[in-house]
Design a protein around this ligand. Structure first.
Ligand code: XIL
Length: 357
């Protein structure tokens, strides 16, 4: 026979289920009750974060893993699936950390974005190879080895990252003149992108293949040349989605910069859209006004983004200000994420929560 305590526990659990089920009763629910991922999955989208192995595996912090597992249903390795880490020397692969991240995601029912197969940075020894045939073999060996290993585990891959140049020739009518003159381009020519996508398709036909870049969120020229690039890949059946990194500050105004039209341009092509690396940096030390403006930017961006039904995932580039690339890469800025350095929810968290609700 069940004890009173057991019955009370069942009632408590049942009650908890009921409160989670009544999403429409907005007066009685708060961000204490319902994590982001539950709101996201009710809308049929994923909400996620980049992860870093330090606080997960090396010097474990309970708060880090608790929040990760509680709030998010898709993750991406901030660095551990980049070329230099997966293939530290020629044809010598190291999957130890990537495997841990993948296993953690699977154990917690999370999806995984693989980041990244082809990029001009963090490619280690490959970036000093000056031989087209050798580099072509390196590319195919890397893509096949990595994608086959993670087949059926990693659902989305950033196949190529940041291939459009920052110094644009704005009179160009094709994307070709505006490709970044990276070591991939120098050795393999403009078709290296298409080649990489062909390899990725063959390596894992079940994975969704993405092109990913920064500063292509507003309706600007870089977004236009990216659009031409992905249109070309889409016409050949080689691409499934576009990743908008979205490393922004509070000047980003989605109501005046053409964000919605830009999303529409990509969704009209039939591409799935992921916001892949969102953070909203503010000056440090940060004022009350900075945090308020930041929360508004998160709110506005997500509001506009989610109005486009092809936007299927929103991923932040980390979740705690304790672990963020921003201070190191944007001098004078920081505090760009949803939780502060002590793992407390910020206004930015509440803003995201409200939009998802
Ligand atoms: C960054 C990481 O956050 C840093 O830890 C690393 O030192 C450099 O790379 N665009 C990308 C990401 O596609 O891979 C970058 O991540 C941030 C910009």
């Amino acid at each position: 026979m069940k004890s009173l305590a057991g019955i009370l526990m069942l009632l408590a659990l049942f009650g908890c289920q009921i409160s989670k089920g009544t999403l429409s009763d907005s007066s009685s629910i708060s961000s204490e009750d319902i994590p982001l991922k539950e709101l996201a999955s009710a809308r049929g989208i994923y909400i996620g974060t980049a992860v870093t192995p330090g606080p997960l595996f090396n010097n474990p912090e309970v708060a880090y893993s608790n929040i990760l597992v509680r709030e998010f249903n898709i993750i991406v390795a901030e660095n551990d699936m980049k070329f230099e880490n997966l293939e530290p020397s020629s044809n010598n692969f190291n999957f130890s950390t990537a495997d841990k991240i993948v296993n953690l995601a699977i154990a917690n029912g999370m999806k995984i974005r693989g980041h990244v197969l082809v990029w001009h940075q963090q490619s280690g020894w490959a970036s000093s190879v000056n031989n087209p045939e050798a580099l072509s073999n390196i590319l195919s060996n890397h893509i096949f080895t990595v994608m086959r290993l993670f087949s059926n585990k990693v659902q989305y891959w950033d196949v190529v990252n940041e291939a459009i140049d920052d110094n644009l020739n704005n009179s160009a009518t094709t994307f070709y003149p505006n490709l970044r003159k990276s070591f991939w381009w120098t050795n393999l020519g403009s078709n290296y992108i298409e080649y990489a996508f062909q390899l990725a398709r063959a390596a894992d036909p079940t994975a969704k293949l993405f092109y990913n870049d920064y500063s292509i969120e507003a309706y600007n020229n870089k977004a236009y040349y990216t659009f031409l690039l992905v249109s070309n890949l889409k016409a050949k059946g080689l691409i499934d989605g576009i990743g908008l990194q979205m490393h922004i500050d509070t000047n980003f105004n989605p109501y005046s910069n053409g964000f919605a039209n830009n999303l529409k341009r990509f969704s009209d092509l039939g591409l799935e859209i992921h916001i892949t690396e969102m953070d909203v940096r503010i000056p440090v030390p940060s004022s009350y006004e900075n945090y308020t403006a930041q929360a508004k930017t998160y709110k506005d961006v997500l509001t506009v983004a989610l109005a486009n039904t092809n936007v299927k995932a929103i991923i932040f580039w980390g979740f705690t200000d304790k672990y963020s690339w921003v201070p190191q890469f944007f001098t004078g800025y920081g505090n760009a994420l949803l939780f502060d350095k002590n793992y407390n929810k910020k206004k930015a968290y509440d803003a995201v929560w409200e939009v998802l609700k």
